[in-house]
Design a protein around this ligand. Structure first.
Ligand code: NDP
Length: 400
């Protein structure tokens, strides 16, 4: 069907690339391009003998628009799938505009110096993408990503009005380390050490980090403590699910993780303010990332399951109704299939599906879109087909 340029070759990209190679009908050719080309070459060597997809590799520094434009002009992809870090979103979008190529990512743009988790910088590209006749699909991971698709599906098939959404993200995986993060540590720690917030009646209610805690009995996982966080999809769902009154996001954390995080915070290691060290400016959080286990190495050690989903409350045919859509994913099964744990898997699979929606023209329309703005049905089918089957409950336990 076409060609996809994948930027980044970390945990999430590794899974997405495996999945593109399983879906050779759509992904006839891919180019894996990252800062460290040796990682791309190693993956190509492993996967090329197993797939009909033709794999190319390239070195690129995605902070530089000119380098990206040169690579895109050379490979001529139909879609660029950005699986580098949120800092590169805008340079990659600029290169897509210059070359009139569709764009997909899994995380909103962030400036290096502030942790904001806001879409405003990328939404500013709407008019330019419309004029160029190309599509940007924002947030095609799990959360954001599948959570938006679940919301659009619930709105389309289960409700006349949705009043509240609680997004619950549980990881009952155990990697055996006292402290490690399941995806890029810098992004993960920025997310959990920021203030929490939720959307209620058209405005943000801010909380201190980890101020709101609940216990929830997750299907197939059991009881877990979870904490309210700010999360980027609250912003787009607040606008796109008409009539919504409240949206919250909760994530589970174990006591050991929280104790370590508090200590690292107290000594200043989670700061994103640069400091001078031996004559050089360093960002403490980036240094911390360098000493923590690489999330890509957690795969063989992690046992247990994840459960991520959305609980909806609203009205159907004049009656109040509750509905829960979720996916359960097993770390060890993911590792057996693609060599990584479930956190990368649950992000990499929807990233491949999002790119395939644009490659096949199933989703189209020039502009910049969040995932819940498209028809959820083909994506829901693809989740079942490509390894993230969803389950539903019409009588879920609710979160107070
Ligand atoms: P990793 O740190 O494992 O991988 C990032 C990759 O990007 C690395 O290969 C890195 O190269 C590459 N990279 C970084 N900077 C550049 C650059 N300037 N130019 C080219 N390549 C670059 O991160 P993850 O795979 O864990 O995460 C990838 C993305 O997925 C992140 O944006 C993250 O926020 C997002 N994510 C989204 C989730 C969701 O559900 N929506 C969940 C989890 C993650 P190098 O190897 O040289 O360092």
């Amino acid at each position: 069907m076409g060609k996809c340029l994948i930027i980044g070759c970390g945990g999430v990209a590794g899974v997405a690339i495996h999945k593109c190679c399983q879906n050779s009908e759509v992904f006839e050719e891919i180019c894996i391009a990252s800062r460290t080309k040796s990682k791309c070459d190693a993956l190509k060597e492993k996967l090329q003998p197993t797939t009909r997809t033709k794999i190319h590799t390239a070195q690129v520094d995605a902070d530089h628009v000119e380098e990206l434009i040169e690579l895109i002009n050379k490979f001529k992809p139909d879609v660029v799938l950005n699986l580098a870090l949120p800092y590169q979103d805008l340079t990659i979008m600029d290169a897509c505009l210059a070359t009139k190529t569709h764009y997909v990512d899994t995380a909103n743009y962030e400036p290096l110096d502030t942790a904001k988790f806001e879409y405003k910088w990328q939404w500013d590209y709407r008019e330019r993408f419309e004029k160029a006749g190309i599509t940007a699909l924002l947030g095609s991971g799990f959360d954001p990503g599948v959570t938006g698709v679940f919301s659009a599906y619930a709105m389309k098939h289960e409700f006349d009005e949705i009043h509240t959404i609680d997004i619950l993200d549980a990881n009952a995986g155990d990697h055996g380390y006292p402290f490690a993060t399941n995806f890029n540590p810098e992004i993960n720690i920025r997310e959990v050490s920021a203030n929490g917030s939720y959307w209620e009646n058209g405005k943000w209610i801010e909380t201190k980090p980890m101020e709101i805690k609940r216990v929830y009995n997750f299907p197939e996982i059991g009881e877990k403590e979870m904490y309210l966080l700010h999360h980027e999809e609250l912003e787009s769902l607040g606008l796109n699910i008409k009539g919504i009154q409240r949206i919250r996001f909760f994530m589970t954390f174990g006591q050991s993780y929280l104790t370590h995080l508090k200590c690292l915070e107290n000594v200043g290691m989670t700061s994103i303010e640069p400091i001078e060290f031996e004559g050089k400016q360093i960002v403490p959080l980036q240094f911390l990332k360098a000493v923590l286990p690489d999330p890509a190495t957690l795969g063989p050690r992690t046992k247990g399951k994840t459960n991520i989903g959305c609980i909806f409350r609203g009205i159907k045919d004049g009656k109040e109704k509750n509905y829960y859509l979720y996916n359960v994913c097993d770390h060890q099964e993911c590792y057996r299939e693609v060599g990584s744990q479930a956190i990368s898997y649950t992000t990499g699979v929807p990233a491949m599906i999002g790119a395939s929606m644009l490659m096949t023209g199933t989703w189209k329309g020039p502009g910049v879109f969040n995932i819940e703005e498209f028809d959820p049905d083909p994506f829901m089918d693809a989740l079942n087909k490509w390894g993230l089957p969803w389950q539903e409950s019409h009588n879920p336990e609710l979160v107070d």
